[in-house]
Every structure is written in structure tokens, then in C-alpha cells.
Design a protein around this ligand. Structure first.
Ligand SMILES: Cc1cc2nc3c(=O)[nH]c(=O)nc-3n(C[C@H](O)[C@H](O)[C@H](O)COP(=O)(O)OP(=O)(O)OC[C@H]3O[C@@H](n4cnc5c(N)ncnc54)[C@H](O)[C@@H]3O)c2cc1C
Length: 414
């Protein structure tokens, strides 16, 4: 139960229509997709449900109608997420294509690029992964070394990316490459929509080496790119102007999920209340304090999400305030995972047997392990603090440490 907010008659009408549609169309027996979108995609019935949502126009719902979206306002997106969660059905999206690439093309693409790339995201033809981070370019992303060499009407890309989430399921990478090695660090980068396969079905110079995670899965890879070819048409925002496009993408990575976070955590919160009862801890004063702390944080997340989304609607893209959202939910998620581990006590430490004799963490253990990474991806918590300090509060840049001297005037943005 959350404190009800009156979102006005238009939102209520939208909610009523949506409830009606879900009542008639909701599938039975599908599990909800977790926060990372992992695990639910291959369950039986998921493909049919995805197709039904696509046919009914429930993909890329916040994109403007002229680009094939549903043109939903921030409030309507919030309502949609809540209603899907209440109905207990997966809210399928087109992943990074919908959340990161599409909004960046809408801001920076030409009319021809919008007409070509956006429908392919909506209908699922193009499935994107993010080729930003490199072994020596994480927080200091502008230090990237992947090269892009122009050859006629193509760009040839060679380099190494790392931590490429979802690369095995993708057929396109939105890839940053240095196309002008002589320009200042932030100026010579291009944002290239790079096919991972050639037309004949062979790899377009991509070698993916899965990285094993503590949960036992391998959701990301080291990615080696050798002379991948992309048409110059696929460069978004113009050659050597990729940094501006990257800022739009990162703004969406930090603020674009603002209305979805609280839905997942509200559900987890009530699961934790049940766990506390089940483990005989609901009278424990420490657990009660922790649960009260968690509930108030989820509520703050909900209100802050609506605020971030109003900014997105007003300015078309999230500003530096999105960093507050990223910092808040990611640090909450880690602390909350610890609270659940404490409630479950010894059960948290015993891993059930996996099918092949290895360990297989259960749902809460997986949650604990996977939330270790949320203060890293999309820009670390420390870097978000720098952004909030400098760009929201107007504080001076970091003091002159050795590291700061080295990076002088080139702020770390991730
Ligand atoms: C689960 C997961 C999924 C990911 N998915 C992708 C993906 O799909 N595509 C992709 O391109 N990347 C992805 N990443 C990479 C992610 O964006 C980087 O890990 C992140 O930007 C940090 O970079 P780094 O790991 O090189 O750490 P570093 O930048 O080396 O940072 C190391 C430490 O130094 C601190 N630090 C660095 N600079 C500063 C500063 N200026 N001020 C204060 N502290 C600082 C950091 O906060 C951190 O604690 C993923 C990462 C994870 C964990």
C-alpha cells in the first residue's frame, strides 16, 4: 500500500482504460521482469505477450506519436508502470533501444535517420547494446581509444570495449569511437550505430568474451572489435560530435527510469514485510526501524521520480538532476538488499544446489549480489556526487589532487 496521489482526471481516465485492457488481455503465469530485465525474457508465453503489447501500441510509449510511440506524458508512464505491476504482468520494453538510443536519435538524428532507425527499435528488428566503456575509459569516458577511420561512405571501427551488457542478445551497438585523433579529448568522438553482423550473417568484426558474475550468470562481455564497418549514415549528431549525443544518452540512463524504480521497490518492500513475519522478526525493534526507513525511502523515490519526469517533459531530456535519482535508488537498493539478508539470517548464507552441481543463488541472494553493481553502472555514485556538487549546487570543481590535475578542465562525466 502506498499513499495515494491524485494525479487528476486525465490520468484517472487513462488508468481506467488501461485496467480494462489488462483485464481482457493479461496472460496467465508469466513472471514479472526483474530490475535488470533479466531472467524473464525466455519464459514460455513471453514472445506472444511481447507481440500483443507491440500490436496494441505498448512499446516505446513515451516516444512522441510522430516517431511511432504513444506520446504518453510522464504521469501516464508512471500510471502505466503501476498498473502493469498491480496486474502482475511483465512490462516489456525494447531495452536500451527504447530507453537510451531512441531518445538520443529523437534529439540528435536527422529526419532520414529517425525514419530509418526508430521503427526498427519499436518492432524489435534492432536490439542494441552500449559500447561506451573501455579498459582505460570508465568514469573518464572521454579517454576512450577505440578508433573510427573514415573510408568512403563508411567508418571502420577497431578497439576494445568492456562490460557490454546484453551484447550476446544484441545485433546493434551504439558505439563511441575516436574519429579525429588530433582534436581535444571531448571533440573528436563519434556516436555510431554499428551493426554487429554483416548482411551475409557473418560477424562484423565483433568478438564477445562473456564475463562471469558472482550470481553465476554472464550478462556482459569483453568486446573486441576488429575493422567493423558502419555506413556514415549511422553516425548520430554528426562526425566528431558524439560527446553531445553521449550526454543525452547518459541523462536518460540516469533519469529515464525515474518512474519505474519505485514500482519494483514497493513490491520488494511488501515482500520484505512478509519475510519479516515469516522469520518471526516483525516484533524485532531493529527490523521494524529498518522497514520504516525503507518504506519512507521508496515513497521519496516515487515523488522524486515524478519530479524528474516533469523535467524531462519540459526540457525533452533529463538534466544533471537525474544524477540525484541514480544516486538515490542505487544506494537504497544496496542497503535494502542487506536488510533482507539480515532478516533471513542463516538462510542468506546457504546457497541452494544448482542443476550441474554448482551453486545457484536464490532470488534474494541474487538480488544482494547483483545490487553490488548498481552504484557503478551508468556512472558511479562518486561521479554522480561530483555532478550534483558542480552542476546542480554550483560548487567549485574538485580540489587539485594529482588525479584532478591530470584531468584538469575535463570533468569526469560517468
Ligand atoms: C553491471 C554493469 C553493467 C555495465 N554495463 C555497461 C554497458 O552495457 N556498456 C558500457 O559501456 N559500460 C557498462 N558498464 C561499465 C560502467 O559504465 C563503468 O564500470 C563505470 O562507468 C565506471 O568505470 P570503471 O569501471 O572504469 O571505474 P573507474 O572509472 O576506474 O573508477 C574506479 C573508482 O574511482 C572512482 N572515481 C573515478 N573518477 C572519479 C572522480 N572524478 N571523482 C571521484 N571518484 C572517482 C569511481 O567512483 C570508482 O569508485 C557496466 C558496469 C557494470 C558494473
Amino acid at each position: 500500500m502506498s499513499l495515494e496521489i491524485d494525479l487528476g482526471p486525465a490520468a484517472q481516465k487513462f488508468r481506467d482504460e488501461l485496467r480494462e485492457w489488462l483485464e481482457v488481455n493479461r496472460p496467465e503465469g508469466l513472471q514479472e521482469v526483474d530490475g535488470e530485465g533479466a531472467g524473464a525474457g525466455d519464459q514460455p508465453g513471453m514472445a506472444e505477450w511481447t507481440q500483443k503489447l507491440y500490436d496494441a501500441g505498448y512499446m516505446c510509449v513515451s516516444w512522441p506519436k510522430e516517431f511511432g510511440g504513444r506520446g504518453l506524458s510522464g504521469i501516464e508512464v508512471a500510471v502505466l508502470n503501476e498498473e502493469f505491476a498491480k496486474a502482475g504482468v511483465p512490462r516489456v520494453t525494447r531495452g536500451m533501444g527504447e530507453w537510451l538510443v531512441g531518445p538520443s536519435i529523437i534529439v540528435w538524428g536527422t529526419d532520414e535517420q529517425k525514419a530509418h532507425f526508430l521503427p526498427r527499435i519499436i518492432d524489435g528488428t534492432d536490439r542494441y547494446c552500449q559500447g561506451f566503456s573501455e579498459p582505460d575509459a570508465g568514469s573518464d569516458l572521454a579517454g576512450l581509444k577505440t578508433k573510427g577511420v573514415i573510408d568512403g561512405d563508411e567508418v571502420i571501427i577497431t578497439g576494445q570495449k568492456v562490460w557490454t551488457s546484453g551484447a550476446q542478445a544484441a545485433n546493434m551497438m551504439f558505439c563511441l569511437a575516436r574519429t579525429d585523433p588530433d582534436a581535444p579529448k571531448h571533440k573528436g568522438i563519434s556516436y555510431i550505430l554499428t551493426p554487429m553482423e554483416r548482411e551475409n550473417g557473418e560477424s562484423n568484426g565483433f568478438e564477445l568474451r562473456p564475463i562471469k558474475q558472482p550470481t553465476g550468470g554472464s550478462h556482459f562481455t569483453e568486446t573486441f572489435i576488429t575493422e567493423a564497418r558502419a555506413p556514415l549514415f549511422n553516425v548520430i549528431g554528426g562526425l566528431n560530435n558524439g560527446w553531445r549525443v553521449t550526454m543525452t544518452t547518459l541523462g536518460n540512463e540516469r533519469g529515464g527510469n525515474a518512474t519505474t524504480q519505485h514500482v519494483q521497490y514497493t513490491k520488494q518492500f511488501w515482500d520484505a514485510v512478509e519475510l519479516a513475519k515469516q522469520y518471526g522478526k516483525s516484533h524485532d525493534p531493529v527490523v521494524r526501524q529498518q522497514l520504516a526507513w525503507a518504506f519512507s525511502h521508496v515513497e521519496i523515490m516515487r515523488f522524486n521520480g515524478l519530479k524528474t519526469l516533469s523535467e524531462v517533459v519540459a526540457k525533452k531530456e533529463p538534466g544533471p538532476g537525474a544524477s540525484i535519482n541514480k544516486m538515490f535508488w542505487s544506494e537504497y537498493a544496496q542497503r535494502f538488499a542487506e536488510i533482507i539478508m539480515n532478516i533471513r539470517g542463516a538462510d542468506s548464507m546457504v546457497m541452494p544446489d544448482g542443476p550441474d552441481g554448482s551453486y545457484a543463488p536464490d532470488k534474494w541472494q541474487t538480488n544482494f549480489l547483483s545490487t553490488r553493481s548498481v552504484t557503478i553502472w551508468g556512472g558511479t555514485a562518486q561521479v554522480q556526487r561530483n555532478i550534483v556538487g558542480e552542476r546542480v549546487l554550483g560548487l567549485p570543481k574538485e580540489p587539485d589532487s594529482e588525479a584532478a590535475k591530470k584531468a584538469k578542465a575535463e570533468e569526469a562525466v560517468r
